[in-house]
Design a binder for this molecule. Sequence first.
Ligand code: PSU
Ligand code: MN
Length: 307
Amino acid sequence: MAPPFALCSPEVTAALADGAPVVALESTIITHGLPQPRNLEVAAELEAIVRAGGACPATVAVLDGVARVGLSEAELERIASVPVRKAGLRDLAVLGALGGDGGTTVSATAFLAARAGVRVFGTGGLGGVHRGWVDTWDESADLAALASTRITVVSAGVKSILDIAATLQRLETLNVTVLGYRSATFPGFYLSSSGHPVDWTVDTPEQVADVMAAQDALGVPPSAILVANPVAPEAQLEQGLHDRVLEEALAAAAAQGISGQRLTPFLLQQMLEGTGGASLEANLAAVRGNVALAAQIAVAWQGASGG
Ligand code: PSU
Ligand code: MN
């Protein structure tokens, strides 16, 4: 028999079979976003937050070419300790055919989670339209993936290294439903607000689950819901510092000719260095809040869908 290309962990398989709440987590943040050994600590912490919220965590990654939904402790340790590729949706088939490990981005994680039957996914900030798009055409594959994947993603908006206004326009074009969570403005990843208004605001996990149920009942084409959950104001990066360091980071990327998959990790690393680590703390505060909310939504969804 041919080897499987995708596998759920025994725990995730059992949770899905029982109709228990499950929350997908991405792994690029572990493989590309955090220094060792902090990355493993954070990976374990995020899983613990999901569990404390009453849901089963399903960290997604590729191991030896096999797309995995739910990792054991040893497998988490493995992706946190050896260098692996950054894997978007289009890379999964190549890894499957040629073998190798990969940290999955939002596009790959959303696809694999939905394929396994997981409806809720918690992450930091989505990819989107990069600044200078008119010259580079660099728009994250996250957006197209969310346009064709039935999943609810909780994030602190999109990474603030991006062109946020353009990304919001693209999310509209792509029919991705955007819900501000207890916020009338779209968050700015490291910042509580990007200053851009959102069309819809919800206040409870149950309302999000109701929107998911309505999506299914209407049979709208497979598309995602983005729950835009701002980082707490007391945990956000100071706006002046953010703007100054980001300008330097964008200039450094241009000067060094950084493009493609390397651009996002490069800019985030520049932000980390330029803010003396403060950007990382804001990023982590956002991720923790998103993952906790994702667990609440998964629990509400299980209630709404009858488990
Ligand atoms: N966190 C990081 N580095 C990253 C990402 C997250 O520290 O590269 C990933 C996310 O998984 C997101 C992806 O889906 O960046 C978007 O990258 P790109 O702009 O290459 O599509
Ligand atoms: Mn890109």
